[in-house]
Design a protein around this ligand. Structure first.
Ligand SMILES: Nc1ncnc2c1ncn2[C@@H]1O[C@H](COP(=O)(O)OP(=O)(O)O)[C@@H](O)[C@H]1O
Ligand SMILES: [Mg+2]
Length: 315
């Protein structure tokens, strides 16, 4: 599964996600090749390729309806593709190998778009749902202990485990959803717009927590987001979905070299500029410097650095 990428000039970003500037020698827990998903006659994805590096937070962006959520559902085996292959943690989960997904479902955690918790269950009981599903032999006492531990890990006070979702603020609900996604000690974390609907401070705190958990737990994160601040602050690389494909993947500095109109409009439009100017979490010392993916990916370095000329030049 481990492959070495040769350094490539990214000045003209080809519509090919394999074109990356940095030599990366780690492995890829997610490898998607030639993915096509159709609904009726409409192809949402057409021959899409993407490789996710171990240890990175990969931001996934694209206009509304470009197929970000469908892509996530495909990777976790909820959407059977029309064509292509998806390898997750060394297992091919598509085609005749679809059964393999059963054996690895406990190795990832998911926070779906909207992040719905079961409203009739407490936070702790919500966290216990996947635990009971995969480990029915666990005693009630151990289940309670694990649920409280995951609740605290996600930045909530232990008392929150006994609360119902309706008693929580928006930011606390997202953390509770994160606690549930972390229930099984996953290697991979899938988050679909986790900070949507949060105020900027709540969103920044969630980002900070996510970066910290990623680095301390050694997670690989597939993070669908519209949030430009999130992309700048915590994502190692960003994959851009358009025209049914991943049209580019790289650090923001690398993406800015693309002349694709959507990329320019998104990152260099008025909102993109404000996000660029904002102080990234890393330089503010709020999250640890460096992480598995970016260290191995030298010279690309941590994505969260100011996008000045120097940063672009060395990326
Ligand atoms: N189960 C489904 N049946 C039919 N069309 C679907 C289904 N799921 C998604 N789609 C369509 O696929 C496209 C991509 O959806 P989605 O992945 O949710 O977009 P987004 O990038 O906003 O997350 C949309 O046009 C959506 O209407
Ligand atoms: Mg979506």
């Amino acid at each position: 599964m481990s492959e070495t990428e040769t350094p490539t000039d990214i000045a003209s970003l080809e519509p090919n996600p394999d074109v990356e500037v940095a030599a990366f020698t780690g492995d890829y827990p997610i490898i998607i090749k030639g993915l096509t998903n159709r609904f009726g006659k409409v192809a949402v994805h057409e021959n899409l390729d993407l490789k996710v590096r171990r240890g990175e937070i990969l931001g996934v962006v694209g206009g509304s309806g470009t197929g970000k959520s469908v892509l996530m559902r495909s990777i976790i085996g909820l959407q059977i593709p029309d064509e292509g292959t998806i390898e997750v943690l060394g297992h091919e989960i598509t085609g005749e190998h679809a059964d393999e997904v059963v054996g690895i479902r406990n190795r990832w955690g998911v926070l779906f778009q909207g992040g719905a918790l079961f409203s009739t269950l407490t936070v702790g009981e919500n966290v216990q749902v996947p635990l009971k599903q995969f480990y029915p032999e666990l005693s009630p006492r151990l289940l309670d202990e694990i649920a409280i531990y995951k609740t605290i890990l996600s930045g909530l006070p232990p008392e929150a485990a006994a609360k119902y979702p309706s008693e929580l603020s928006g930011g606390m609900k997202k953390r509770a959803g994160l606690a549930r996604a972390l229930a099984l000690d996953p290697e991979l974390l899938f988050l679909d717009e986790p900070t949507a609907g949060l105020d900027p401070i709540g969103a920044a705190r969630f980002d900070e927590l996510l970066r910290e958990l990623t680095d301390t737990l050694g997670l690989t994160v597939f993070l669908i987001t519209h949030d430009l601040d999130t992309l700048h602050a915590i994502c190692d690389r960003v994959a851009v979905l358009a025209d049914g494909k991943v049209i580019a993947v790289g650090t923001i500095a690398e993406l800015l070299r693309s002349d694709h109109p959507w990329i320019q409009e998104y990152f260099n439009g008025p909102r993109g500029r404000v996000a660029q100017a904002a102080r990234p979490l890393q330089s503010a010392g709020l999250v640890p410097q460096g992480n598995a993916a970016s260290e191995r990916a030298a010279p690309a370095g941590p994505a969260a650095k100011p996008l000045d000329k120097t940063a672009q030049g060395e990326a």
